[in-house]
Design a protein around this ligand. Structure first.
Ligand SMILES: [Zn+2]
Length: 354
């Protein structure tokens, strides 16, 4: 069986569309027909070569999606053909198969345990979570990375109490999910910081109580002028070391906590003033929001269905698979916080999402 995929052949070059041959499933693997895939900064960093040397070229890409199970390999018990599933890079229960290879006119195309920029994908059992059959597949794709990372860093990593203050530096897909989670957790104020008007407006519509446009205001002095004692929490979702420094600067002494979520470019270093740590400020790392997918993804589905985590508003533009390079460009320029690829679409043009 052949399928259409967008493949990274050369760093810094557009992805290439190719018909690839789907391999026979190994134990612990599942064949999924992918419905939708999100596009996140990890794919941008990979495609642009910002993650350093890439010894797996050519390879498949994409690590958040939704779809339907078509076939299961030996030993798979978690999913059955016909199940609606989330595809996620974060490991859950089930067989852990590191990757697979597809063939492309005699060449080998590498693929990790989960990839989503193809109509069909061979996925490790533990990267799948079953969702209700009627759950919106567009929104489900976001639960592969943006929602668990952004909401997870609030619910699982920081665990704020109602009334505690929280700032989010960088309100792209992950940052906006952090804003919605902070609002749901009862944080106040919730401050969104970015350099794109449209993303700040979106953050405000999702419940951010204050927005700071860094093109016009310095976030550190602006926050200090209103909150001289500092904030309880900050979430850094840009991957820029200078912004990590700002996120640490705005939290309070003696217990203020900054979580670093953003992925820095390969080789980038953070030069921080260690006296901030002597003041009792804390820095936390997070493994994609510290989720247990089998516990947390159904929880996110329920919150989204109940309207308490309105992450569907992140989906402002939809692309067909052959538009994936435009999706990467639009993510980089900030036109949309989270491009969504419709794998069933053959349209050559991006479309506004409804
Ligand atoms: Zn991601």
């Amino acid at each position: 069986m052949k399928t259409l995929a967008a493949i990274l052949v050369e760093l810094g070059r557009p992805l290439v569309f190719a018909e690839i041959e789907v391999p026979v499933l190994k134990p612990g693997q599942v064949l999924v027909e992918v419905a939708f895939s999100g596009v996140c900064h990890t794919q941008l960093l990979e495609a642009r070569g910002y993650r350093g040397e890439d010894k797996f070229l050519p390879h498949c890409l994409g690590h958040e999606g939704s779809g339907v199970v078509l076939e299961v390999g030996p030993g798979v018990t978690k999913v059955r053909p016909g199940d609606a599933v989330i595809l996620s890079w974060i490991k859950g229960l089930g067989g852990d198969v590191p990757g697979t290879t597809y063939s492309w006119n005699g060449r080998t195309v590498n693929s990790g345990a989960v990839t989503t920029f193809s109509r069909h994908s061979v996925v490790s059992e533990n990267r799948l979570t079953v969702i209700p059959a009627d759950f919106d597949r567009r929104v489900a794709a976001l639960i592969g990375c943006a929602v668990p990372t952004g909401a997870g860093v609030v619910f699982n990593t920081l665990q704020p109490s109602p009334g505690q203050s929280l700032a989010v530096f960088g309100v792209g897909g992950v940052g906006l999910c952090a804003v919605t989670a902070a609002v749901l957790a009862g944080c106040h104020p919730v401050i969104a910081i970015d350099r794109h008007t449209s993303r700040l407006e979106l953050a405000q519509s999702l419940g951010a109580t204050q927005t700071i446009d860094i093109r016009h205001q310095d976030p550190v002095s602006t926050i200090r002028s209103t909150f001289p004692a500092g904030l309880d929490f900050a979430v850094e979702a840009t991957g820029v070391p200078a912004v990590m420094d700002q996120a640490l600067s705005v939290v309070r002494a003696q217990g203020g906590t900054t979580a670093i979520v953003g992925n820095a470019h390969f080789g980038a270093l953070w030069n921080l003033d260690p006296r901030q740590l002597n003041q009792g400020k804390r820095i936390l790392g997070t493994w994609g929001g510290d989720n247990a997918p089998d516990r947390d993804y159904p929880r996110y589905c329920r919150l989204i269905t109940a309207g308490k985590l309105p992450v569907q508003h992140l989906l402002t533009r939809e692309y067909s698979l052959v538009q994936v390079n435009a999706a990467l460009d639009d993510l980089e320029s900030g036109i949309t916080p989270r491009p969504l690829i419709n794998l069933a679409s053959i349209s050559p043009e991006p479309a506004a999402a409804n």
